[in-house]
Design a protein around this ligand. Structure first.
Ligand SMILES: Cc1cc2nc3c(=O)[nH]c(=O)nc-3n(C[C@H](O)[C@H](O)[C@H](O)COP(=O)(O)OP(=O)(O)OC[C@H]3O[C@@H](n4cnc5c(N)ncnc54)[C@H](O)[C@@H]3O)c2cc1C
Length: 465
């Protein structure tokens, strides 16, 4: 079959990128450099009408569809072989409405775009903890970040969405319009349609917050984690914490002789006054013998991009993930035993502290299921594209063995942290039986032919093609 040309997509005004285009390789590349898929066509949309035109075009020709938001998903679901990529990366506009404190965000925006515009007004919503992650994928899977304990997950802040359905129609989803679709969008991923724009509730944040990591030597891991478990049990909602176990990244603020030294870090962000933040993190900073303490007043936007360079686009990645109910002594021992077993100094594990407003949201309000989760853990193998396959194999084996060791303590998983070899059983694990069944019903109503299947797929109850 010959590649479709611009003339063949009726009503499409964006850019069409075919394999003979000079930017084809750039346009098909995603964040995870191990992903190497060759779509027949990349339809880079300029707006909602282009998205609808591209969906109808693909349906008419029975083309496989992949949807690209920020291109960050580790499983590489933003691209497919031989089909069409409906690419939203040209749709990154953000506008703030100060009357009702909301932001209208196009479906291909990155969190850096959202923070940039909202922080100009001293406002923010819960987003991912890096600036180059996409709003689309994060929001549809749940959305965990620094602000979640105070303001809820990203899905808890979603007010409405404009959705292009599998039929190519444009609908609005909110608590009053298509409420079943709106429920499913808030955690169910890209299974139900393409969100061309999101409207999020905003909250006063910063612009200066108290934030940053404290690092301790890897040998101190057990005592730091035991202390941390008690420290976060009483933490105020304003305090977000993420543990990072691996090596000290070569950040400009860190002395060179500490670069790549095995270490445990607790990174914090306090979203109240700096003075209250100093009190809230005081005990943490004073515990044990930190190697380096980078906590201080910082602009929230800067904190949101502080670790961007530690996981840039194009490196090679492989993830395993699990939720943990508590950091028991047994879990801590396993974590301490495995965390530093990677070969690559760039590999690490991260543990997000959940709770607060996340746990207080009504259980059935959204499709995101993990309201009771204490900690959300991802085990992130990272190596360089120029390193040979044995390094990738060793890192992958490390991540798998680490997760296997936690088998007895696994308590579900965050769908957005699943990798390409996490099969449908793990998608079920992510949602739990009750939410999965409800998602299947919504899928059968809005996408009975499973047109949107390049994702962590929820199969419709009716036969899919
Ligand atoms: C370095 C890094 C840091 C991360 N940090 C966080 C974090 O702090 N918090 C967190 O919650 N998650 C985080 N994640 C995980 C993140 O939630 C997922 O990777 C998410 O899928 C990324 O969204 P994206 O739009 O960039 O991805 P893409 O790869 O573009 O999209 C992934 C899937 O989402 C769907 N999708 C994307 N946009 C749309 C849309 N507009 N409409 C319909 N479907 C769409 C599609 O099914 C697509 O296949 C992180 C990931 C990485 C790699």
């Amino acid at each position: 079959m010959t590649a479709p040309t611009a003339m063949q997509i009726l009503g499409f005004r964006g850019d069409l990128i075919t394999p003979d285009h000079h930017d084809y390789d750039g346009a098909r590349a995603v964040w995870n450099g191990t992903v190497d898929r060759r779509p027949r066509l990349i339809a880079r949309c300029g707006g909602t009408a282009d998205v609808a035109a591209a969906v109808r075009f693909a349906r008419d020709r029975d083309l496989e569809i992949a949807v690209r938001g920020g291109g960050h998903n580790v499983a590489g679901t933003a691209v497919c072989d031989d089909g069409i990529v409906i690419d939203l990366s040209g749709m990154r506009a953000v506008s703030v409405d100060l009357v009702d404190s909301t932001a209208l965000v196009q479906g291909g925006a990155l969190w850096g775009d959202v923070d940039h515009e909202t922080q100009a007004h001293g406002l923010a919503t819960t987003g991912g903890i890096m600036s180059h992650t996409g709003v689309g994928g994060v929001s549809l899977g749940g959305g965990i970040g620094w602000l979640m304990r105070k303001h809820g997950l990203t899905v808890d802040n979603l007010v409405e969405a404009e959705v292009v359905t599998a039929e190519g129609d444009v609908v609005r989803a909110s608590t009053t319009d298509h409420p079943d679709l709106f429920w499913a969008l808030r955690g169910g991923g890209g299974n139900f349609g393409i969100v061309s724009s999101f409207r999020f509730a905003l909250h006063p944040v910063g612009p200066t917050v108290l934030a940053g990591p404290v690092f301790w030597a890897a040998e101190d891991t057990t005592e730091i984690l035991r202390f941390y478990r008690d420290f976060v049990a009483d933490a105020p909602d304003e305090l977000g914490n993420v543990i990072r176990l691996g090596t000290i990244p070569p950040l400009p603020a860190v002395d060179e002789d500490l670069h790549f030294r095995p270490a445990i870090a607790v990174a914090s962000c306090y979203t109240g006054s700096v003075e209250d933040g100093e009190r809230a993190v005081g005990a943490l900073r004073q515990f044990g013998t930190p190697l380096v303490d980078l906590v201080g007043p910082t602009r929230y936007v800067d904190h949101q991009s502080a670790i961007d360079d530690t996981v840039p686009h194009g490196w090679h990645y492989y993830w395993k993930a699990t939720n943990l109910t508590v950091l028991s002594d047994e879990v801590i021992d396993i974590v301490a035993q495995h965390a530093y077993g990677a070969t690559s100094p760039r590999s690490y594990a991260a543990i997000f502290h959940m709770g607060g407003a996340v746990a207080r949201a009504p259980r059935d309000a959204t499709a995101y299921p993990g309201r009771d989760v204490g900690h959300n853990m991802s085990i992130d193998a990272v190596w360089l594209p120029e390193q040979d396959d044995t390094v990738g194999a060793a890192e992958t084996a490390w991540a798998r063995a680490f997760l296997d060791a936690l088998q007895l303590y696994r308590a579900g998983v965050y769908v957005n942290f699943l990798d390409s070899d996490d099969d449908t059983s793990r998608v079920r694990e992510a949602y739990g039986d009750a939410n999965y069944r409800r998602l299947v019903e919504v899928k059968a109503k809005y996408d009975p032919e499973n047109v949107f299947r390049n994702n962590k797929n929820i199969q419709p109850a009716t036969p899919a093609r």
